[in-house]
Design a protein around this ligand. Structure first.
Ligand SMILES: NC(=O)c1ccc[n+]([C@@H]2O[C@H](COP(=O)([O-])OP(=O)(O)OC[C@H]3O[C@@H](n4cnc5c(N)ncnc54)[C@H](OP(=O)(O)O)[C@@H]3O)[C@@H](O)[C@H]2O)c1
Length: 334
């Protein structure tokens, strides 16, 4: 019989709510514990989503022997601290993106997972979306010819609040780690790590980056043109330009969506989304439980090396663009 896993959320913020709604769709997931720095908040969250337990500190939650797997849903600046707290207590971890503040922090988290023989995966949900998987199959099959250019954007007009995580450099604020990471992911998953990175960034009054444009250049002439911003809305679309045609992951490309494929001399073909219910967080959560069923501590779909490559590339982008995070940059890779 399929094992049921007791899930806990660490941090009862915005994304923990959406994730919890999707977790309910999985028969082998039990919504077990909600942990917040504030007990009343934890109780309210647990009541709203049907978690059995509410904890007023993250430490209490990781000391509960019944917790199997923790979804770390705190700001980027705290992923290292909170992932380590779970892993040192042998709790499997699904940690939100960006995985850490830089590559060195990511590497440290992975080393602790290895030391404790405990499952760890970055919650890069796009990797598990049926539409993204389909797009990768088409691109990698070569039916459109060689991939030459990736163009990807992710922007929304964010509310300016100097204290909250989007514009607060102490919390890893700026569009890059929050949403720019998606276009970077689109480039890495199709083209790999770039040889050269050039960027332009614009900054808010808090010193946090608000908009960024990135060009990646590869040795064989391939390129990626990537943008993110909190200052405007964008279609949130990813295009793969190939020698014999193109593929578009239509808006919003990072969630379950439909795909358009055009081949030279033919009419465009639309592949409708296969997604039926929920926001799309259930796919990554289901994968985590498949890994746990198989006794794995690392996912083969979202392996640690992908998280390291993402963080390393973000480090390189940050250095080119002059994006710094006080208290975290002594560990910057380059
Ligand atoms: N995959 C996606 O689609 C997606 C979408 C949005 C965000 N995210 C990611 O999810 C993470 C959280 O984002 P969010 O939008 O949910 O943020 P949020 O609404 O600000 O919630 C973050 C939670 O972290 C906890 N926290 C712990 N230490 C904190 C501190 N020093 N300052 C502020 N909060 C602290 C708080 O929970 P308690 O008060 O309960 O302790 C807070 O509610 C980020 O890594 C973000 O990139 C992913």
């Amino acid at each position: 019989m399929e094992k049921t896993y007791n899930w806990a959320v660490l941090g009862c913020g915005h994304i923990a709510k959406k994730f919890s709604n999707d977790l309910k769709l999985l028969p082998n997931a039990n919504l077990y514990a909600a942990a917040s720095r504030n007990l009343q908040k934890a109780k309210g969250f647990a009541g709203e989503f049907g978690y059995e337990k509410a904890y007023g500190s993250y430490e209490e939650m990781v000391n509960d022997p019944k917790v199997d797997v923790v979804y770390v849903a705190t700001p980027h600046s705290h992923h290292r601290e909170h992932a380590l707290l779970c892993l040192e207590n042998q709790k499997a971890v699904l940690c939100e993106k960006a995985f850490a503040m830089n590559r060195n922090e990511a590497s440290e988290i992975i080393a602790v997972a290895q030391k404790n023989n405990t499952f760890l995966m970055e919650a890069f949900w796009t990797m598990f979306q049926p539409s993204f998987k389909k797009a990768m199959e088409i691109i990698k099959s070569g039916e459109l010819g060689k991939l030459k250019t990736v163009r990807s954007d992710f922007a929304f007009n964010g509310v300016f609040d100097p204290q909250k995580r989007l514009y607060n450099v102490n919390l890893g604020g700026g569009s890059l780690l929050d949403i720019g990471i998606y276009p970077v992911f689109a480039a890495l998953t199709s083209l790999g790590k770039p040889e050269i990175i050039k960027t332009f960034a614009d900054f808010a009054s808090t010193g946090s980056e608000e908009s960024i444009s990135m060009i990646f250049k590869y040795k064989n002439g391939q390129m990626a043109s990537l943008t993110s911003s909190f200052a405007s809305f964008s279609p949130t679309q990813t295009e793969y330009w190939c020698e014999n045609g193109y593929l578009v992951l239509n808006p919003k490309w990072f969630v379950p969506t439909n795909i358009t494929v055009w081949k030279k001399g033919e009419e465009p073909v639309n592949y409708p989304s296969e997604h039926k219910e929920g926001f799309g967080y259930q796919y990554e959560a289901a994968h985590v439980m498949d890994c746990l069923d198989a006794g794995k501590i690392e996912s083969d779909r979202m392996p640690w090396q992908m998280s390291l490559d993402l963080m390393e590339t973000l480090d390189r982008v940050r250095i080119d663009a002059g994006i710094f995070f006080p208290g975290h940059d002594k560990n910057l890779f380059f």
